[in-house]
Design a protein around this ligand. Structure first.
Ligand SMILES: [Zn+2]
Ligand SMILES: [Zn+2]
Ligand SMILES: [Zn+2]
Length: 342
């Protein structure tokens, strides 16, 4: 019999198929493949993007020149515009405000053929520093209440350019999904006086069945009530509500956790399209005991259909215990463990 499971943070129910559960090979997958063509993100085309807002350029060359390892530029077709004031107003009962925000692209590598999973851990760490540096800079602008960082890999996941990149959108409001997590986590804290994410880490580490991998700083786990098959979360073991307030060891071990997960995913699911989102606390608020930043990773193997749209219930054909087992058993080449534990 299928099982209904409730997510302990947001209270969302999902239907998990148990008898006819789907294995990795049961999904009709389209591996992400390069198509080629002109690429505005490749070195030498720096003038094809808006002027950069940040770049790491070990050769010390000037702005918008070659030699960078990570480069951040405003999106040429931004979802929101950086200029102007919010001007909240209403049309009768309907609320609106100006579309003020920032929309940036984080170009993760100069190499057109590389992906986040083929980059070295050091290079992934640079990408994480770029996230951090952009958040710290943008949150000085008090109009921005939330900074969402995400990644679409492959056309099936919504990527329009194939060169490896992530995106950042600074918003004048805290988005609904994040509010649901904040509210749920606050309620849990009010009741138990413990962070729900810290409790998840504790219980999953003990139970082991949904653990994909672990290093000294992070636990990679299939959540108890995942919306999507092979949905995976990367959770920092040390409680911290804001991603940008982490120590340098945290970014170093997160880079390793990310590479580890991406390599497993590429092996088990044959380089699938995926979305990744960073959930961190609202940027104008101080540290929170009840909220815990994390990464959510969702390979795109199924489509959202009428039932999901209409109900907010998700139907997941692969139990997370099985997904975690496939992922755990993937044979990947891992770098030797770091000498010092964070
Ligand atoms: Zn390119
Ligand atoms: Zn916590
Ligand atoms: Zn989340």
């Amino acid at each position: 019999m299928p099982e209904l499971r409730k997510d302990p943070i947001v209270g969302r129910w999902v239907i998990i198929s148990t008898d006819r559960s789907k294995r990795p090979t049961d999904f009709v997958r389209e591996s992400v493949k390069l198509k080629g063509g002109f690429c505005p993100f490749c070195p030498g085309h720096e003038n094809k993007t808006p002027p950069e807002v940040l770049a790491y350029r070990p050769n010390g060359a000037g702005r918008d020149s070659q030699g960078w390892t990570v480069r951040v530029v405003p999106n040429k077709f931004p979802a929101l515009g950086i200029e102007g004031s919010l001007n909240r107003s209403a049309e009768g009962m309907f609320d609106n405000m100006n579309g003020v925000g920032a929309h940036e692209v984080i170009i993760e590598t100069p190499d057109h053929e590389a992906t986040l999973s083929t980059l070295s851990e050091k290079r992934i760490e640079d990408v994480l520093w770029a996230y951090r540096d952009r958040i710290i800079d943008l949150k000085k602008d008090k109009r921005f209440k939330y900074i969402m960082i995400f990644k679409n890999h492959g056309t099936a996941a919504g990527a329009t350019l194939e060169h490896a990149h992530g995106q950042l959108i600074a918003l004048p409001i805290v988005p609904k999904h994040v509010l649901e997590e904040l509210d749920g986590a606050k309620q849990y804290y009010g009741f138990k006086e413990r962070c729900v994410f810290c409790d998840i880490i504790r219980q999953e580490t003990e139970a082991k069945v949904r653990v994909v991998s672990e290093n000294e700083g992070f636990l990679t786990v299939a959540p108890y009530a995942p919306r999507f098959p092979f949905e995976t979360w990367i959770l920092p073991k040390k409680h911290e509500s804001a991603f940008e307030n982490s120590s340098s060891q945290v970014y170093e071990s997160l880079a390793r956790a990310m590479k580890n997960l991406l390599q497993r995913t590429d092996q088990v699911l044959d380089n699938p399209a995926y979305n990744m989102v960073l959930h961190s606390s609202p940027v104008q608020e101080g540290p929170m005991d009840h909220y815990h930043w994390h990464l959510e990773f969702m390979p795109r193997l199924t489509k959202i259909a009428g039932f999901e749209w209409g109900s907010g219930f998700y139907q997941n054909p692969t139990p997370p215990e099985e997904a975690a087992k496939y992922m755990r058993e993937a044979k990947i080449k891992t770098a030797p463990p770091a000498a010092v534990a964070g």
